[in-house]
Design a protein around this ligand. Structure first.
Ligand code: AMP
Length: 416
């Protein structure tokens, strides 16, 4: 699908081409037409999905058709949680607006510069203001900013702003901007607090989510290594020392296990960290940044990292503990071999994992060779299955009885 199907004007198409964007990403394909049709939008989107351009392009398109004469007035306000995102969004507006007959004036407000200077730049005239939420409120309190011409109010990565106590300060922003405006909300997650914010600022928003991509696994070399449970740690260290794996993501069954093993591996001199849902958003972001920057080689994670984590450089995924479902297996191993690269996925199995792994293979339509690594061979026999006592017929309730009871309970509840 080319960008031209949205009816974007020639200067914008030219900027897209110059930036090497040939096709819209899924979030762009959904959001661009909605913004062009002037809907409020509530989108679930992650960093890396192309969400910035999904609002920048249609907003520029609409603005360019309506730019008035005289000094520029603030018509777009984008609030973000971080300096980096602020600068990145401002840059996207600049890049995509570069060929417009009247280039939009973009001002970004971040901490660290004098408020006076920033206010001066705003007052010199600007069409688009991109700001970190905190700094915007500081500037707003000076009461010297005219926001009465605002047409678009955009919150980017809204869930990350919650940590900064933004929900409480939002009211100050809302009284300063016109009631009639378009609202675009982007957030990776939608906890109740974000839904409350959305209800406060948007009007009949169209909700947009993108189907979670099913990873393609053709370019992943999948290996299954038979090893006793207690030998998995030593085997992993051996593999880390002998294989040429750079960035390694290791999946574990629970949070405590990830903390314990990360600590152990650090003692052995590996650069390792744990990653799980008990860490707050800031800690998780920090760990991911470190991992992306290759300052951490091994990330021990729970399934929280199985979906949506988009890191290009993961060369190997290890299933230290097997995932519960075949779908999780595919999502886990799909964290490697991203962005056209190849990758390796290794699963450790002991005797009592065999049946479960066979099921994963069956459901995924794969059949993999079992390997053993010299010095770490799996010992012992598969435990014999002990059959439980045969079910006593007529003792438990039949399916039909249970269904009847459920229905009766529902009827009773209705009648109440
Ligand atoms: P974002 O999720 O907005 O932070 O964008 C992630 C990265 O993808 C940025 O580096 C963008 O420049 C890039 N990008 C966004 N949309 C496209 C596209 N349609 N084609 C190619 N690259 C894109």
């Amino acid at each position: 699908m080319p960008f031209s199907i949205f009816g974007l004007s020639e200067p914008i198409l030219r900027a897209l081409q110059a930036s090497g964007y040939s096709e819209p990403t899924p979030i762009q394909a959904k959001v661009i037409p909605l913004v062009l049709e002037e809907h409020d939008v509530m989108a679930r989107a992650q960093t890396g999905s192309g969400k910035s351009a999904s609002f920048v392009l249609p907003v520029l398109e609409l603005l360019s058709g309506r730019r008035g004469e005289g000094k520029a007035k603030i018509r777009v306000l984008v609030l973000t949680p971080t300096r980096e995102l602020t600068l990145q969004v401002a840059q996207t507006f600049e890049t995509m607006g570069a060929f417009l007959a009247k280039k939009p004036k973009v001002v970004s407000l971040i901490g660290g510069e004098s408020i006076g200077d920033q206010l001066y730049r705003v007052q010199q005239g600007c069409d688009i203001l991109v700001a970190t939420a905190g700094r915007f409120l500081d500037v707003l309190r000076k009461k010297q900013m005219n926001l009465s011409n605002l047409e678009f109010f955009i919150l980017d990565e809204a869930d990350k702003m919650l940590n900064l106590g933004f929900a409480e300060e939002l009211d100050l922003v809302l009284v300063a901007i016109p009631e009639k405006r378009r609202n675009l909300l982007f957030s990776a997650t939608y906890p109740q607090k974000i839904r409350d914010i959305a209800a406060k600022i948007t009007r009949n928003p169209v909700e947009v989510t993108i189907e979670e991509e099913t990873p393609t696994v053709q370019s992943i070399l999948q290996r299954v290594i038979e090893v006793n449970h207690e030998n998995r740690g030593p085997l992993l260290r051996h593999l880390l020392n002998t294989e040429k794996w750079e960035q390694v993501l290791v999946f574990m069954a629970n949070r405590r296990a990830t903390d314990n093993i990360a600590m152990k591996f650090k003692k052995y001199g590996f650069s390792a960290q744990s990653f799980h849902g008990d860490l707050d958003q800031e800690e998780r972001n920090y760990t991911l940044e470190q991992f992306k920057a290759k300052k951490i080689r091994i990330l021990f994670a729970t399934d929280i990292a199985a979906r949506g984590l988009d890191i290009d450089g993961i060369s190997c995924v290890v299933n230290f503990d097997l995932p519960r479902s075949p779908a999780d297996y595919i999502h886990r191993i799909g964290r490697t071999a991203r962005a056209g690269k190849s990758g390796i996925a290794v699963s450790f199995i002991d005797h009592d994992d065999m049946a479960h792994f066979a099921l994963i293979e069956k459901r995924s339509g794969i059949r993999l060779e079992r390997e053993q690594i010299a010095g770490f061979e799996r010992k012992g026999e598969a435990p014999k299955k002990v059959k439980g006592p045969a079910p006593v017929k007529g003792k438990g309730k039949s399916k039909k009885d249970r269904a009847r009871e459920k229905k009766a309970a529902e009827e009773a509840a209705k009648g109440r």
